[in-house]
Design a protein around this ligand. Structure first.
Ligand SMILES: Nc1ncnc2c1ncn2[C@@H]1O[C@H](COP(=O)(O)OP(=O)(O)OP(=O)(O)O)[C@@H](O)[C@H]1O
Length: 255
């Protein structure tokens, strides 16, 4: 397997009759901002869950900085910061309590975990949320507190599933700056997103996943091949399917 900050080899996962991830190969270079794109149901979340020690693969390997994720989960979780698809589970805590708690789980002393939690929540503009419980946060606030949880132990590789979903433009710009600082300092970021413009703006490398396999991977310019990422994405994922003569019944509402 080629070496990268994150490397997947022959990664495979089946759910019943569905082959969600099919001998997937991926190399994410260290220091890159790596975008993972693909149609709905292509296998992105399943891949990221296996790559981050959250879902056991049926076959294949995942290495993070050369360490096999599935043979030493504890070490892998120290190297990885993960913003999963979905909501924080410990949502009966306030933002500062949650981030501090995650820091403590990673072995940080209480004072250091509290200091980092306060720093992260200030940067992410969540200080005013004060003692509000995470369960009562808006969707965008939950994304941001999830990002703070992913960062609190200063991981080397950040894996973020749809980090900008429901986040307002000001916060999105702060998150972009934070991620750029993280990679400039030698960290690696993997981001899955459906927003092609965002991936083009943010990422220097991209992989396109279709039907559980990587069908294109490389620098953004290599994958775009002279066009836009959206055009390339559409071509690789089988082209646009118009609605043709379907939905004729909708016209009855305009009569
Ligand atoms: N827990 C599960 N049980 C059964 N099938 C699953 C499960 N998780 C995912 N799948 C199936 O695996 C395939 C890949 O799903 P996955 O969520 O990885 O795709 P995705 O690329 O992240 O999609 P989206 O862009 O819509 O979020 C889909 O066919 C999905 O229905």
């Amino acid at each position: 397997m080629a070496a990268g900050a994150l490397t997947c080899g022959e990664l495979t996962k089946r759910f019943g009759a569905t082959l969600a991830v099919d001998r997937l190969e991926l190399v994410v270079p260290q220091g890159s901002m790596f975008g993972l794109v693909g149609p709905n149901g292509a296998g992105k979340t399943t891949t990221l869950s296996m790559a981050t020690g959250l879902l056991r693969p049926d076959a294949g390997r995942v290495l993070v900085h050369g360490e096999d994720v599935w043979s030493d989960l504890e070490r892998a979780h120290r190297l990885l910061g993960v913003l999963p698809d979905g909501l924080p589970t410990l949502d009966r805590l306030s933002g500062p309590e949650l981030v501090e708690h995650i820091g403590r789980l990673h072995g940080l002393p209480r004072a250091e975990a509290a200091r980092r939690a306060a720093d992260l929540l200030a940067v992410l503009d969540l200080t005013d949320a004060g003692r509000t419980l995470v369960v009562d946060y808006s969707a965008g606030m939950r994304k941001k507190v999830g990002l703070a949880c992913a960062l609190v132990h200063a991981p080397r590789v950040l894996v973020l599933d749809e980090p900008f979903e429901a986040v307002d433009p000001v916060s999105a710009s702060t998150i972009r700056e934070l991620l750029q600082r993280f990679t400039a300092d030698g960290g690696t970021v993997v981001v899955s997103s459906h927003v092609m413009a965002l991936v083009e703006q943010l990422c220097d490398h991209v992989a396109v996943i279709v039907a559980g396999r990587v069908v294109a991977s490389g620098t953004l310019d290599e994958v775009r091949a002279g066009g836009t990422l959206e055009d390339r994405f559409v071509a690789l994922s089988g082209g646009r399917r118009g609605i043709g003569e379907g939905l004729a019944w909708l016209a009855s509402s305009s009569g």
